[in-house]
Design a protein around this ligand. Structure first.
Ligand code: AP5
Length: 217
């Protein structure tokens, strides 16, 4: 099964993709994670993408399409993909159709996660992660059990994403509403679109996604 998780910044795409990936043995393809890795490595692609990401704008289509194509080939034996943060434009959606068709696959469902803009700003500006293992936290929704110590690895260094300031989050939301929301009109007529309430708690959202994918939603 190949599924797109569609939603604004902070909707919970990454959180839900990880849960669903484990439950269904699907490979998560996150263009945000791939781009951050490219920036951290200092590659040519990373240098092109870094400034754009810090402004909260979208990286050019051809760069992210190339990244997804490469990862699909690396994970060619996967039973399916969960696309988290891709596609974000109509051109990317059309490219995804071609990439899947070229590998004898198809897109089965698109799950749109709806969350209020103001709730998103709170979610994102509170987010931080362990610098050693990447475990995600949130102030105040999910703090480490022992203050200052990672629950998973015991690390004591934490990091925040450079694009998680309020100003940049608002630019990311603008990019979502203008460039990504039109995908709802692209997938709706294809009968692939399911919508879940992303305002519910994490477990409830996961249940709703599973029900939507199993045809009950
Ligand atoms: P990307 O990394 O994809 O960021 P995003 O879409 O802005 O989404 P986030 O990662 O911020 O949020 P999320 O929806 O995954 O939520 P999460 O689960 O983390 O992209 C970053 C940048 O890269 C873009 O701005 C762009 O520049 C570039 N880019 C990436 N893909 C691109 C593409 N295809 N084309 C062009 N450019 C691209 O949750 C957020 C927080 O909320 C966490 O703290 C979490 O614990 C908490 N949370 C999650 N669910 C809930 C819940 N139900 N209730 C309460 N808290 C919750």
């Amino acid at each position: 099964m190949n599924v797109v998780l569609l939603g604004p910044p902070g909707a919970g795409k990454g959180t839900q993709a990880k849960l669903l990936g484990k439950a269904r043995s699907l490979v998560q393809l996150s263009t945000g994670d791939m781009l951050r890795a490219a920036v951290a490595s200092g590659s040519g692609l990373g240098r092109k993408a870094g400034d754009v990401m810090e402004r909260g704008e979208l990286v050019p289509d051809e760069l992210v399409i190339g990244l997804i194509a490469e990862r699909m080939d690396q994970d060619g034996k996967a039973s399916g993909f969960i696309l988290d943060g891709f596609p974000r434009t109509i051109a990317q959606a059309e490219a995804l159709d071609r990439l899947l068709a070229g590998r004898g696959k198809r897109l089965d469902a698109v799950v749109e996660m709806r969350v209020d803009d103001e709730a998103l700003v709170k979610r994102i500006t509170g987010r931080f992660a362990c610098a050693d293992c990447g475990e995600g936290y949130h102030d105040p929704f999910k703090m480490p059990k022992v203050p200052g110590v990672c629950d998973r690895c015991g690390g004591t260094e934490f990091v925040r994403r450079r694009d998680d300031t309020e100003e940049v989050v608002r630019a990311r939301l603008m990019a979502y509403h203008t460039q990504t929301e039109p995908l709802i009109g692209y997938y709706g007529p294809q009968g692939k679109l399911r919508t879940v309430d992303g305002m519910a708690d994490i477990d409830t959202v996961q249940e709703e996604i599973v029900e939507a994918l199993d045809g009950k939603g």
